[in-house]
Write a new protein. Sequence first.
Length: 356
Amino acid sequence: MSKDQENKLNNSGYDNASVTHSTQGMPADSFVLHGRDKIVEEKFERKSRTFWQDAWKQLIGNKLAVIGLIGLLIMTLVSLTGPLMNDHKFSDQNVSHANLPPKIPVLDKVPFLPFDGTDRDGFDLYESQNVNENYWFGTDELGRDLWTRTWRGTQVSLFIGLVAAALDIFIGVIYGAVSGYFGGRIDDILQRIVEILSSIPNLIVVILFVLLFDPSMWTIILAMSVTGWLGMSRIVRGQFLKLKEQEFVMASRTLGVSNFKLIFKHILPNTLGPIIVTSMFTVPSAIFFEAFLSFIGLGIPAPQASLGSLVDTGRKMLLIFPHELFVPAIVLSLLILFFYLFSDGLRDAFDPKMRK
């Protein structure tokens, strides 16, 4: 053992004599672990997943989001097939069958369910009026089947919500992408326009549209789209301001990639998460806004119907025939609830801070 090695051992607190005695004259094999040819290290491995696979894993792990998704699928399916389940047409009127309570076969035998065809006093209106048909949700004041009208109204509400959300995405994404990517004077001008439009209340815009154009489903959609895209444009602009300074964008720009490809091929795919989450919150907001407009008389004109117009019609008969209000109101509430449950789950799935 050299002098330097002895000094190191002395400095480390070991006894030089014991070390020398234990090492001198002993073969090197004495210091090899016997009985283990190779040390096996425990490996912690996880199957690699993409961002979208990881988000889907988080989404299906959220029970409330799964309930919302299943509820939306069921309500969408029933809204498409419900009007075909019986022989009652959407506009068929039979005044002799007016204001009948709900009656569903089999369920009318269950005493605690309100589907036995009796009124609040327990009087069977079907027998008293010699009605041999069953109206699952009852009828309105004109004898029209509420089952068919409710699900047709759900179709209209879903259509308005989805189309309005699609227009908000289309306008908002392009507007926000251009504003955030180019910045400078272009961003200043575009943001001043956004501020001016944001100062105009939505209700005033809708009233002006109804006065200028005939009230219809497309009038309501266009009226909501005038200012509905503002929130989407702000989110997209913020994402572009953050991403356009990233290394992959600078490398693409150095290689001569055009601005169009940089916006729509390189940066925009990285903003799909916030866009999807925002659009899912836009749909129930559009449905609720249309229901509000129909409730105050600015919505879908007769003979068309939406859930909002059905609620407005049932409001007039609340104290006498409450089922005409409660049936479309419950369907509308469940539709919006399922959308918000699913949207909350999407937001948590796309948010890295919520990852488990």
